[in-house]
Design a protein around this ligand. Structure first.
Ligand code: HEM
Length: 497
């Protein structure tokens, strides 16, 4: 009997949802046709749209092929329906630029529901308008400052050397895991001055639990992935709140001119010296510190890992990179001087290897926005309420922008110029939300590559890149290494960061 009722209920639900989808889709199509000029494209099957094809392409070596097929049929800007949302996709660098610049605040970030739940409404990744500009400027100013780069260089070096020296006793090294150790330590040091020890281990464990829920079903009750992740966030929040409170008590009113040690300092000082501005509440500061860990946590280690992968597959580039870095190492040994952050960033071929890695890796394949108002960009109408995907991967893999786009070719950057950011090269986004961690990331990758390549030779086992839901190595990139020379490790370093 119960089984029968269940079946009837399911059938009725099915009919209702089907009817709802049909009407909704028809209404949307009517609206779209009425306005004219809306990008062409197909919304695919009921409910799933074109999601299956989108995901399938993410598991091939051609992650842009989903976009390429539609670009060929409908042009550089088209509509589709993926991951539960009808969306206008732009593979046009100029359209992307307008979306990213976001003059008049027409576009707001539009993340999937599970991400929104975990971020919280006050996260810098979700906030808009003046508050976003203020927090972005504060954090960006701090992360880009020469003072931070000079202090953090020593810390990154030591973290890299400590990790690399542990490889001598390991038979098989999984680069994707090892690089995470380095970058997580650097991240929490920059954000809240936590060094190696119990607190760092606690944070690492809880943060891993927290981010597992970023891409999951948005269902929140005990036992579900989202629920577990939210619980982990509560535990992290408790710890970060304590740090913020202790810091506030220790410093009192601070001199705005003295250098901030970490992001907690930066936000606390702004809050204390708010005067006419609205001061940032405590919860806001703690929440934002955690949320700033999200964009930094997986991206930098993946860039390091993929640099190792691409170099392994391109021995000529590997050789040139080694020569350039060995030269710097010899100079430093001869003069007995420490490296400065500018030394690492001054190696042109190394910087070209990093640019090429970021282009080819597409760690952030695009950004999702929602239009608050109807807008016309280059003759493409984006109706109010529609989502837009400014797709970076398609631009980075387009023959119009890069000759032989699927080839790892660091030499192309010598011809293109050190185009750190133009419309066709946006690994760090652009406009109002250009990644504030851009320079820090490049510094971290440069230091890692320098010490890796001047300390070891390696052989990598076969592994493939997966592009969905995020960029990863299927087997975490296993390698075996042969040391070139002993690595000196200085640890712990002076604790003032
Ligand atoms: C290779 C490494 C990295 C890549 C590829 C990357 C990429 C990006 C991209 C594409 C955006 C723009 C998102 C949007 O427009 O919605 C972004 C924003 C952001 N990134 Fe990064 N990122 C990296 C490393 C970092 C690091 C190390 C940090 C922190 C220390 C960081 C902090 C942020 C923050 C706070 C934002 C939000 C800015 C805002 O909305 O105002 N990122 N990142």
């Amino acid at each position: 009997m119960e089984w029968g009722i269940g079946l009837l209920f399911s059938v009725l639900m099915g009919i209702f949802v089907g009817w709802f989808w049909y009407n909704n889709n028809k209404k949307m199509k009517r609206e779209v046709e009425k306005k004219g000029g809306v990008p062409k494209g197909s919304l695919g099957w009921p409910f799933i749209g074109e999601t299956l094809d989108f995901i399938a392409c993410g598991y091939t070596s051609r992650p842009a092929s989903f976009m390429d097929k539609r670009k060929f049929l409908h042009g550089k800007v088209f509509k589709t329906h993926i991951l539960g949302t009808p969306i206008i996709v732009s593979t046009d660098p100029e359209v992307n630029k307008v979306v990213l610049q976001n003059h008049g605040n027409i576009f707001i970030p539009a993340y999937p529901k599970s991400i929104r739940e975990l971020l919280g409404q006050h996260s810098i990744l979700q906030m808009n308008g003046n508050l976003q500009k203020r927090v972005h400027a504060l954090i960006g100013g701090f992360l880009r400052s020469p003072q931070l780069k000079s202090r953090i260089t020593r810390h990154i070096e030591n973290s890299v050397k400590l990790t690399l020296s542990s490889w001598q006793d390991m038979q098989l090294i999984h680069v994707q895991e090892e690089t995470k150790k380095i970058t997580f330590e650097v991240l929490v040091k920059v954000l809240m001055s936590i060094g190696p020890g119990e607190d760092l281990n606690f944070l690492k464990k809880e943060f891993e639990e927290f981010i597992k829920g970023l891409i999951c079903l948005p269902i929140k009750f005990p036992g579900t992935r989202l629920y577990k992740s939210l619980k982990a966030k509560e535990r992290i929040l408790k710890m970060v709140k304590k740090i913020v409170e202790e810091r506030k008590l220790a410093t009192g009113k601070t001199d705005e001119k003295s250098n901030a040690n970490d992001a907690v300092d930066v936000l606390l000082r702004d809050s204390e010296n708010a005067n006419d501005k609205q001061s940032l509440p405590f919860d806001f500061i703690s929440g934002n510190i955690i949320e700033m860990m999200i964009p930094g946590e997986e991206t930098v280690p993946m860039a390091m890992t993929l640099a190792v992968k691409f170099l392994t597959d391109c021995p000529v580039a590997l050789h040139q990179l080694m020569e350039e870095n060995m030269e710097l190492k010899k100079q430093k040994m001869k003069s007995d001087e420490d490296y400065s952050w500018t030394d690492y960033l001054s190696l042109p071929f190394t910087q070209n290897v990093i640019s090429e890695t970021l282009r080819l890796a597409n760690i952030i394949n695009g950004v999702w926005r929602k239009a608050l108002k109807e807008i016309d960009i280059k003759g493409h109408l984006i109706p109010e309420g529609w989502c837009v995907l400014a797709c970076f991967v398609s631009v980075h893999m387009d023959e119009e922008n890069y000759e032989n786009p699927y080839r790892f070719d660091p030499w192309r950057w010598a011809k293109l110029g050190a185009a750190v950011n133009n419309n066709s090269f946006t690994p760090f986004g652009g406009g109002q939300r250009l990644c504030p961690g851009l320079e820090l990331s490049r510094l971290e990758i440069s230091i890692f590559l320098h010490h890796l390549i001047t300390s070891y030779r390696w052989v990598a086992q076969k592994d493939d890149i997966i592009y969905f839901p995020t960029v990863k190595m299927k087997r975490k990139l296993p390698i075996t290494v042969t040391p070139l020379m002993q690595l000196p490790v200085v640890w712990p370093i002076e604790e003032s960061l």
